[in-house]
Design a protein around this ligand. Sequence first.
Ligand code: TNX
Length: 535
Amino acid sequence: MVLLAGAVLLAACSSGSGSGGGGGGASTTAAGPTTTEAPAAPIRAGAMNGIVPKPTSIEVRSGFFTLRPDTSAVVEAGADAGDALDLLRASIEPATGVALPKVTTATSPTMIRFAKPAAGTTIPAEGYRIEIGEHAVEVAASDHDGFVWAVQTLRQMLAPEASGATRVPGTFVLPAVTITDAPAHAWRGAMLDIARHFFGPDDIRTYVDEISLYKINRLHLHLTDDQGWRIEIESHPELTELGSRNEVGGGPGGFLTQDEYRDLVAYAAARGVTVVPEIDTPGHTNAALVADPSLNCTGKDAEPYTGTQVGFSSLCTTRESTYTWFDDVTGEIAKLTPGEWIHLGGDESDSTSDADYRTFVHRALGIVRDHGKTPVGWDEIGAADLGGPTIAQFWSDGTDHVLAAAGQGADVVLSPSAHTYLDMKHVAGGPGNVWAGIISTKTAYDWDPATIVPGLDEARILGVEAPLWTELIDDLPTIQQRTLPRLPAVAEVGWTPTAARDWADASERIARQAPRWDALGWAWTRDATVPFTAS
Ligand code: TNX
């Protein structure tokens, strides 16, 4: 074990059982005011049992790896770990001063090494193996995202102060462990509504940082709604010129240029997150109707909308030009989006007749496929003839639609509103929406993807997603307060098999995240179901 002389290790590294307490990760300077010796540098260790989502296995040994100023990084040829190493450096260098220079052969006494799986072993997609010894941290994965998730695990094993923006004195250590890990579900999503209130690239990037820390791998961006059209479409500039300039409550709105969107997609991808863009149709389209009256069957000019009602707008589904328009829009979105999916909405189309809705959805799904993407839609699309590979996103009270979609062969992403709608209140009397119920962190955690839709074939379940609607949210701290600590809870529902999950244990691990959120400057909610230490 490498310890600085005279230093004291004050963290919960001695046990893997979670005995570190809610404030795990605390550390302090060793020397008290009465000592005559020079103050010793503190040794800073993270909490054991502080990883969210819970990994498949953790084997704890005795000893530590010490991050030293000269610790180097080695990336084995063929290991797709460049982004993961950049992420690790960017997240720990400001606070620790450890720059992790890349070397080809390890010349420093300690190193972090990224390698392909050892010969004769396999690691599943997005999985990773971490082995920490006194002189080396060995990280192995088969793909880009596996390395990123390994880094997120390493960040969670470090003392929370390692994530801060300014240098803190002391030496950071990692406990000697072997971790193997891989996700239970391929789709672990978070949705951000930038239509009801507009959020620009900086806020979205910070949200990507948050979701990636918990191994969420899809950012579903709700780009259009009645209140605003938020993505530049070069073939239809009026959509943003006329359709983006307001939001709920009458604020200025805004939109992402194609360059900004492209940059965001790349930023997210480097952090293991695929952007899934949503163009909501045929309802939720007032902003488009304001911009282009020809999309409206009534021929009347639509008025900009700044309220919070739903279900009053519809594209003209019986006019051929509407399909040309949808083809133009989704064609540009497809070109900007390397990910496999485009979401076409399909929810709450209360002003479209049932027959028109079915016709529109059937054709629109086909148009998305013609652009080389797999279409995703809210569960109502199950009423239509899907006509090919489709993903249905379950959200509503009834299960008929999602079962109808699955019956046609669709895969399913689960966003049960009573558990995953993070715009709902955490607690009665708190801020947020109420229509889907009060969602404490425990409620966000305590559900089983396999049984939430009775009768749904488990083989159809791709994973889970937590939406954040923003009628009542207009700044980044509020996004963070609604999603922390509930997003990590949903992330674990998606990553960790239900049989391995336990709320008592999870709630302690979630509590241990708070000092890291503080170090990162992220706002959060002191949810009473999570045993946070007193402030
Ligand atoms: C329902 S969930 C909606 C959204 C609202 C949300 C508010 C879904 C597919 N549609 O349009 O923003 O409720 O909680």
